[in-house]
Each structure stands twice: as C-alpha cells, then as structure tokens.
Ligand binder design. Structure first.
Ligand SMILES: Nc1ccn([C@@H]2O[C@H](COP(=O)(O)OP(=O)(O)OP(=O)(O)O)[C@@H](O)[C@H]2O)c(=O)n1
Ligand SMILES: C[C@](O)(CO)[C@H](O)COP(=O)(O)O
Length: 225
C-alpha cells in the first residue's frame, strides 16, 4: 500500500444537539476561553499540519448561525461545511462522502477542543503504518459490571477509554461506512471492526476530554488557563 500521495483530511463532527449539556445553543458553539468550543477544535487541526483539509459537519438548524457567529469563511477560508445527519454515524458518513482519492482521514468530535498537535501527529504516523489509529487512555476509577440480578467487580486493566481523532487510511474507513447503521456504532473503530479489521490503539491524552456535561466546560476552561 503506497501512502506518499495520501492527503490529510479531518472530518470534524459537530452535528449534534447536546442534550446532556442542556443548553438551547448546542455545546459546540458555547464560549470557551473567549472563542466557541468548535473554533478551538478546528484550529487544532490546521495547526497540526499545513496541508490539512478540514470538513466541518454542522447541524442543519444551526448552520446559518455558525457561519455568521463564528465568521467561518473569514477565519477558515479553505473549510468545507456540510450538513449533519440523524446520529453521529450519519454525520460522519456525510463527511466521508466528500472524500475523493487516497487519504489519511481523522474523524474528530467537534467537542474535543483540547486535542494536541502531538496526538494528531501520533495518530497520523500510526495510521500510515497500521491502517488505523485509535487514541485510548487508562481508566482511573474502579469499575463494576451491572447485571439484571446485581453487579460484580471487573478488572479495569482489561479496558480502555476511547477518544478521537480516530484516524484511518481511506481504503479502510470508506468501505466500512457502507454498512447499514447499527446503534452499537458509537465510534469509527466499531464500524471498521464490524467489517473484520483489527484496530490499532495509540496513547490518548487525559486532557483531550469530550465536552458532554456542564462541568466539562468548566474543566476545559481551567485546563486552558
Ligand atoms: N447527529 C449527530 C450527533 C452527534 N454529532 C457529534 O458527535 C460528537 C460527539 O457526540 P456527543 O458528545 O454525544 O454530542 P451530542 O450528540 O451533541 O450530545 P448529546 O448526546 O448529549 O445529545 C459531537 O461533536 C457531536 O456534535 C454529530 O455530528 N451528529
Ligand atoms: C467517539 C467518542 O467520542 C469516543 O469516545 C464517543 O463514542 C462518542 O459518544 P457519544 O455517545 O456521541 O457521546
């Protein structure tokens, strides 16, 4: 497999409505250290590689708002904006439809604004070598498996917490997204695995948190201070 000609494409998915955050404006547009969360995320990818192409997936209902409030064409003239879908899987699929030709594809949550250049570089290098790169971190709490009739302790060293950017050669990722949707598809690794591929884990980062609930925005703000 030749990878010299592969272009770099970041699909930043921001098509969700942020139910768990509970704000009327979806969390990706909330302010974090003076800028919308999503603006930090987009900038992280442009900073990582000069030749990065970014595809931004936005909720249809907030596309006009985002383009105006974030002055997208002024700040990011090269950005491609497309509409999101019903679930994260469908939003990713819409983003992937813009890809033509061999690429290294980074799929990243718009609400992980603290992703570092080092992590993006690590994912790129590992995806070139292994076909996929999935950032993972260790659990720091004890865990239990809950059954209908009770619960039992589980060995946490057997599990990892999974982050984004989940990074793949397009030859691996694109065919997987032709599979029919399954609610178990919570990330790209799950979809690719369903097609029979093994995915390669790389070291994620504790600070690459996903802004999900109100306290996550407070923590992200403190980490940026
Ligand atoms: N239909 C969807 C649903 C989610 N996402 C994106 O996937 C990322 C991770 O999802 P999550 O944190 O679950 O965001 P929401 O779906 O917006 O949040 P919630 O589940 O609380 O409603 C977010 O950047 C979100 O915008 C998306 O692009 N399209
Ligand atoms: C892709 C992801 O961020 C990896 O941890 C996560 O699976 C997204 O899950 P959510 O259900 O959309 O919050």
């Amino acid at each position: 497999m030749t990878t010299a000609s592969h272009q770099k494409i970041a699909i930043i998915v921001a098509g969700g409505s942020g139910q768990r955050m509970g704000t009327s404006l979806p969390k990706q547009f909330l302010e974090l250290a003076g800028k919308p969360v999503l603006q930090h995320t987009i900038m992280a990818f442009y900073h990582a590689y000069e030749d990065m192409r970014v595809v931004l997936v936005l909720p249809d209902a907030h596309r006009g708002y985002a383009e105006k409030a974030m002055r997208l064409s002024e700040h990011f003239p090269q950005l491609t904006v497309i509409a999101g879908g019903e679930t994260r899987f469908h939003s990713v699929k819409n983003g992937l439809a813009t890809i033509a030709g061999p690429s290294v594809v980074f799929v990243h949550d718009g609400v992980r604004p603290l992703v570092s250049t080092a992590l993006i570089n690590r994912c790129y290098e590992a995806a070139l070598q292994h076909g996929s790169a999935i950032p993972a971190i260790d659990l720091k709490d004890s865990i239990r498996e809950v059954h209908a009739d009770g619960n039992v302790a589980a060995d946490r060293s057997r599990f990892k917490i999974i982050q984004t950017p989940q990074t793949f050669l397009s030859e691996v990722l694109l065919p997987a997204f032709d599979l029919p949707y399954d609610p178990l598809f919570t990330d790209e690794a799950t979809v690719v695995e369903r097609l029979g591929h093994k995915v390669h884990l790389v070291a994620g980062e504790e600070r690459n948190l996903k802004i999900t609930r109100p306290e996550d925005l407070v923590i992200a703000g403190a980490l940026l201070d």
